[in-house]
Design a protein around this ligand. Sequence first.
Ligand SMILES: [Zn+2]
Ligand SMILES: [Zn+2]
Length: 404
Amino acid sequence: MGSLLRPVDLVNQPLGFQERYKILQKLFKQLQKAYSHTNRSNIDLERLATRLEVHVARNSLSGQSYKFNMSILLRDVLKYKGDLSKIKVNGRPLKGGKPHSYSNSNIGTITTKSKAMEALKALVHDVKALEKNGYTVKETQNETSDDNNTQLYASCLRCSTNFKKTDIMEKTLCRYHPLKRMYNRETKNHQYPCCGETTDSVSFLRLGCKTFFHHVFRGESYDDLCKISKFSSTEDMDGVENVLSLDCEMAFTSLGYEMIRLTIVDFFTGKTLFDHVIQPIGDIVDLNSDFSGVHEIDRTNCPTYKEALNVFLSGNLINKNSILIGHGLENDLNVMRLFHNKVIDTAILYSKTKFKVSLKNLAFEVLSRKIQNGEHDSSQDAIATMDVVKVKIGISPSQNNWDQ
Ligand SMILES: [Zn+2]
Ligand SMILES: [Zn+2]
């Protein structure tokens, strides 16, 4: 298997993504040399390379200073045989001899269910934090949702063309970049990591390296969401206290953005309690297979959205006492049309700024686990998110048996 090394996404980078990628590869090779006398694993060194590179990228004001700082780092890593306490970036030693790390040295300190519950409850966000992070909170929504508030036109999420929502199934040409552009401080322009095109390029590829025959949109407002299906609240659903990690895959349909797969995993047993491809309500425009990992939906055998809802709500799987774990769970709860306030969101837990850390980076940093190399898998993602929380509070991801 080839190296899956990849620079951490930064909104504001000192240099283009491709150039960072090349330098990161170099750094990894250099670390392999520097640590060749030890038995550090490649994945461990990949993590270290990623962390060192993003540290330099954050602490370099220009592309030039980034290149300079990286050349010093490449030299010193070998010179000091990987002794990080001797290494300086921009003249400053790395904090505590180490770049920022998420690892927890207290793994295994919690082995009873009651202690785990205590620690989990301490992580549950208050309603204000949820609102601030874009959650649809029941208290602030007025129940009147009438058709007048929903827009006739939408802006395509991919190419920004304005189009009439009712025309969405008619064929047209949509040209776009699948990955978000990033700023390059050296050239002062934006670059698309998918293909390397820049916003000031004269090539027609600047407009997009991919084409599709429909535009896509995503209803963002509460009224838009309610138009597909009304929200239910878990408030009046009684049930046992449980802790569930969940993740949805979504696709573009004639009605906007809908859930097409849902995975629910139990925190204490690690067992998958629900994992199904789900029929959306609207007609499918794009399954987004490159991301969703879902390639077809069997309209006769897959549960419909309503049937799925019945299973996890009427069965009291998700109830008012549930603690739900997710990464950017506001998106999942929105496509499930669910109000629920007891939430632990790893994107909130691990992000200090508005720019949220990706689950892919978090899994790599915290768990040394590579996920989302290519298509996403809601089962893999739900488990990774749960394990990130376990490590956060000092539980080994492999622990499935508990003292009371
Ligand atoms: Zn592109
Ligand atoms: Zn479009």
